[in-house]
Design a protein around this ligand. Structure first.
Ligand SMILES: Nc1nc2c(ncn2[C@@H]2O[C@H](COP(=O)(O)OP(=O)(O)OP(=O)(O)O)[C@@H](O)[C@H]2O)c(=O)[nH]1
Ligand SMILES: [Mg+2]
Length: 368
């Protein structure tokens, strides 16, 4: 990501400089009026200082032009006509030429901001988010204070938090009678379901039951049966919509019924339809899409798109212990508008799970 400062006599001039240096896809982070030169010894001339950014490495920077105005979408304030005598026009021209030979595009971000941006880059946070956050930081009035790493990190955490979809307290609990987890193969659905169920029994003394529609793998039923026996909870295996309905009626008096589903390659839309064919995704069901934190952002995004016909209540990210990068999660949360429910960080049932507020999530990311 190239971030540069441009000093010019007018916004139009600055725009031209930016276009020449960084091209048409540059985005203006910040601009302010400054006093540049004196005329006749007492008339000061207004100039502008503009900070612009370009990232050639990330093609998505070019896409969201509606959200981030490029330099050509900025409203340029018309210049007031000024009466300049010839001598001073020549003088000004000379100064402008001298400026152009100088390195007028310099590396300008204060060190703590650069460090904060590098942290986001390391996590794999998208350029669009990094630019939004940097813009917010650069435009923060410091009232005489200097940037410190602590201040930069704390503002970074706040700015990231503002990009996440709103998440109520209720979202961070199991609050529906039916709880279903679905997602790709092997992401940890059954283990996470067991963690949630065990927490309900052991910490909240709830009466729980299990349903599984995972009849695809022979071992899948056995895996869930083991957890059901440990928790002394009944289990129903359902092959069809009718069997599922019958199981719901059987468990009508239970506080929570935890539903396991088969891991599939949901790139194939047929599997989403199969899921909907057995489970009625109505108001009584709290639906969690489970994704591994180790997955790539593009794959997560694609998966989410496949589930667009299901009303997903929250996301669960598993296997945080297997990665140091939280960027794909941040990118997805900021884009999807679906709140975060839980993260899991290990194989131990029920210990390795926690509900995560937006605030805790961004703090985990920035290490604040
Ligand atoms: N490191 C780590 N491993 C996990 C975590 N959650 C689950 N696992 C492991 O991931 C593997 C798959 O877990 P399952 O719960 O069977 O995954 P699943 O999504 O139900 O798999 P399918 O039903 O086959 O699609 C197991 O070895 C789990 O112990 C986690 O948070 N961290
Ligand atoms: Mg499973």
């Amino acid at each position: 990501m190239k971030i540069k400062k441009f000093v010019a006599g007018s916004m139009q001039e600055a725009t031209m400089q930016i276009r020449q240096e960084l091209g048409n896809d540059a985005v203006i982070l910040n601009s302010k009026k400054i006093q540049t030169r004196k005329f006749l010894g007492f008339v000061k001339k207004q100039g502008v200082e503009v900070i612009a950014v370009l990232d050639q490495d990330f093609p998505e920077m070019k896409k969201p032009k509606q959200q981030m105005p490029t330099i050509f979408q900025q409203t340029l304030s018309p210049e007031k006509p000024e009466q300049l005598d010839l001598a001073h026009q020549v003088k000004e021209l000379k100064e402008m030429l001298a400026n152009q030979h100088q390195e007028h595009a310099v590396d300008v971000l204060p060190k703590p901001l650069k460090k904060a941006d590098r942290l986001l880059e390391k996590h794999g946070v998208s350029t669009a988010i990094r630019t939004k956050v940097l813009s917010r930081l650069v435009n923060t009035p410091l009232s005489g204070e200097k940037w410190t790493e602590k201040k930069a990190l704390s503002l970074l955490t706040e700015a990231l938090g503002e990009l996440l979809p709103k998440n109520s307290e209720e979202n961070l609990t199991i609050h529906s009678q039916y709880v279903v987890l679905f997602g790709s193969t092997g992401v940890g659905k059954t283990t996470t379901l067991a963690k949630l169920a065990a927490t309900s029994v052991l910490e909240k003394q709830k009466r729980i039951a299990f349903i599984t529609t995972d009849t695809y793998r022979i071992a899948a039923v056995e895996q869930l049966k083991t957890y059901a026996e440990l928790l002394n909870a009944p289990l129903e295996v359902c092959y069809s919509k009718e069997e599922f309905k019958a199981a719901q009626e059987k468990f009508a008096d239970f506080d929570h019924v935890f539903i396991d589903t088969a891991g599939r390659n949901f790139k194939d839309g047929q599997y989403v339809e199969e899921l909907k064919g057995i489970i009625p995704f109505d108001r009584n069901i709290q639906a969690f899409l489970v994704m591994s934190a180790t997955s790539k952002y593009e794959d997560m995004k694609e998966l989410l798109k496949q589930f667009s016909s299901i009303s997903i209540d929250q996301l669960i990210f598993t296997k945080l212990d297997e990665t140091d990068s939280m960027g794909s999660m941040m990118n997805l949360l900021a884009e999807s508008k679906i709140g975060l429910g839980y993260i899991t960080n290990g194989q131990n049932v029920p210990e390795d799970i926690r509900s995560l507020s937006n605030e805790s999530f961004v703090k985990l990311l920035t290490g604040c």
